[in-house]
Ligand binder design. Structure first.
Ligand code: DX5
Ligand code: ZN
Length: 215
């Protein structure tokens, strides 16, 4: 079995010490860094944009996992690719043409992710299974870190796994995941765990990564 990927979310880090945050992620054994890009329109919060992603890329060898919570992300795909994003994940609800957006991500040489908000039906993924490398089923309303995991998401993971059986698609969990609930989440097929607060608030980063990745 492949190891669980841990992707700490930079949103919960101290933005005056991004280098320190990246070092703490590297030292913890986590493999990815999750970059939550928010435009204040698709979600009621503004975080950071492509320059942050570019600066992060220059400062680390971690895999850059860009989660775009922005309207019509197709307009910015090229720029995020140029700034070093490895995975670009866009929201189904934010694209007027989901297929064109995913194709564009592949065209510019990145891995493509498709994200769903908690209220969006998992069945919408069906049409895109051959275009995506990653599926993100949100377990909180996107916009803020530090929210509580929505328990119903577990069923949605099951539904996705059934639908994507035999396909090589990473299933990412994002929102309210911590050392206490990660194991159950993983048991429902999630193999990439995003953690904001749980990671950055933890004193012992190696230990939290161990807990988040435990089967
Ligand atoms: C929410 C973001 C998440 C968030 C995770 O919109 O997509 O990545 O930062 O933070 P926690 O783990 O604290 O819920
Ligand atoms: Zn995220």
């Amino acid at each position: 079995m492949k190891e669980i990927i841990i992707s700490p979310s930079l949103l919960s880090a101290d933005f005056t010490d991004v280098k320190g945050a990246l070092k703490s992620v590297e030292d913890s054994g986590a493999q990815w860094i999750h970059c939550d890009v928010m435009d204040g329109v698709f979600v009621p919060n503004i975080s950071f944009g492509q320059k942050m992603v570019g600066d992060v890329k220059k400062a680390t060898d971690l895999v850059i996992d860009a989660h775009l919570m922005i309207v019509e992300p197709i307009k910015y795909v090229e720029e995020f690719a140029r700034n070093g994003a490895d995975f670009i994940t866009v929201h189904y609800e934010a694209c007027s043409d989901v297929e064109a957006t995913l194709k564009k991500i592949k065209e510019v040489g990145c891995k493509a992710g498709l994200a769903l908000k908690p209220k969006t039906d998992v069945s919408v993924m069906k049409n895109y299974l051959d275009l995506i490398d990653l599926a993100l089923i949100m377990s909180v309303e996107p916009g803020f870190s530090g929210q509580k995991f929505i328990f119903d998401t577990l069923k949605k993971y099951d539904e996705f796994c059934e639908m994507a059986k035999g396909k090589d698609i990473i299933l990412q969990g994002d929102g309210g995941i911590n050392g206490e609930n990660a194991r159950e989440i993983i048991s429902h097929g999630v193999n990439c765990i995003v953690a904001g607060n749980a990671f950055f608030k933890a004193q012992d980063k190696k230990e939290i990564v161990r807990q988040l990745g435990k089967r």
